[in-house]
Design a protein around this ligand. Structure first.
Ligand code: TRP
Length: 338
């Protein structure tokens, strides 16, 4: 039996179960790569991992249905290319394992309306979407809880913007367990120590909608074109002006992409004004391009074989379906249906 309050389910080798989800934005930027894909890829050896492209979550905001298939396909392929080797984890598309929607419905009855109305992300999104808010957007965290609980994940690597959703998932697990008996572990968030990349404007987080990003698919020339005009520490007006690396997004990106000695070179050179911002950016562009080139190549190889990608999706879904059905069988018994 699963034990509530423990690290949750473990696989046959005793590795804790990890679950996380990524939005099917189609374009994966280097911020997503560093914060999610590369970070998750680093967990493959030590955890029993399941990762999901969350297309059902994506329909809670207005979108073009004609684009969804390609967004999901490209995001999935980008995750594989970025290091989520399907032989070492379960990678699947949310809607391909529809069991999650049944669990979501069941969890609605373990959800307090008040908890949902307190969600910061809901408040922010509904502010932007004035007049176009649907119940799916309101219930978004319940579907997310269903994602996690369906696989009885004990560890959920997320960015700090998801802390509240994770706390909510724990609350739902507790309520279910209290009402129907110990069934779900309470999932723990796992925050990565990689910094969140700001956008090229250095004003907001890197995001697709703000168009302030470097894509995983940018060629070296595009990377350089974008970096060369990117914002730096505003104190460095002239080349001889010293700067503060800690507040410069270019430095943050060095930390994410460059070898330690280059990161040190950038920090010292910035403080002493021994290097100019363009020198610093040039070296960053080289490290970034070096890391992204093989990903781009792998991605091109994958999308040139769409049937192979669809086969990987099917395999991921099949592996997840077995686990999902087992959980649901137990849940149905617990709640007294069937
Ligand atoms: N809400 C998450 C985000 O926007 C994506 C997500 C969906 C997720 N289901 C999940 C993350 C389950 C972790 C676990 O980033």
């Amino acid at each position: 039996m699963s034990a509530s309050g423990s690290v949750g389910q473990r696989d046959a080798e005793g590795k804790p179960t990890v679950f996380s989800g990524i939005q099917p934005t189609g374009i994966v930027h280097v911020g997503n790569y560093v914060g999610a894909i590369r970070n998750w890829a680093s967990m493959l050896d030590d955890y029993d991992c399941t990762f999901c492209v969350v297309d059902l979550h994506a329909m809670t905001v207005p979108y073009d249905a004609g684009d969804m298939q390609s967004r999901v396909f490209e995001t999935f392929a980008m995750n594989v290319a970025g290091g989520l080797d399907p032989d070492r984890c379960r990678l699947f598309v949310q809607s391909h394992v529809p069991e999650v929607t049944e669990l979501c419905w069941i969890l609605f009855s373990c959800t307090a309306m008040g908890d949902l109305s307190r969600m910061t992300q809901f408040k922010e999104k509904s502010e932007k979407l004035k007049g176009q808010i649907n119940a799916g957007l309101f219930a978004y965290p319940v579907l997310m809880a269903a994602d996690i609980l369906l696989y009885r994940a004990g560890v959920v690597p997320v960015g700090d913007d998801q802390t509240q959703h994770l706390e909510f998932a724990r609350e739902v697990a507790r309520r279910f367990n209290t009402r129907f008996g110990d069934t779900f572990p309470e999932p723990e968030p796992l925050f990565s120590d990689v910094p969140r990349l700001m956008g090229l404007d250095n004003k907001a987080k890197m995001s697709k909608t703000l168009n302030n990003y470097i894509s995983l698919l940018d060629e070296p020339e595009e990377i350089w074109a974008k970096l060369s005009t990117a914002a730096t520490d505003p104190a460095r007006i002239r080349r001889g002006d010293p700067g503060t690396p800690e507040i410069c997004n270019i430095f943050t990106m060095h930390q994410a992409f460059s070898p330690a000695e280059d990161t040190e070179w950038a920090a010292n050179g910035c403080r002493t004004a021994d290097i100019g911002c363009l020198d610093c950016k040039r070296r960053l562009a080289d490290s970034m391009a070096a890391e992204l080139a093989p990903i781009l190549e792998k991605y091109r190889g994958l999308i040139s074989r769409p049937d192979h990608v669809r086969h990987l999706m099917d395999e991921g879904a099949a592996a997840c379906r077995g686990i999902a059905q087992k959980t649901l069988e137990e849940v149905r018994q617990r709640i007294g249906v069937r």
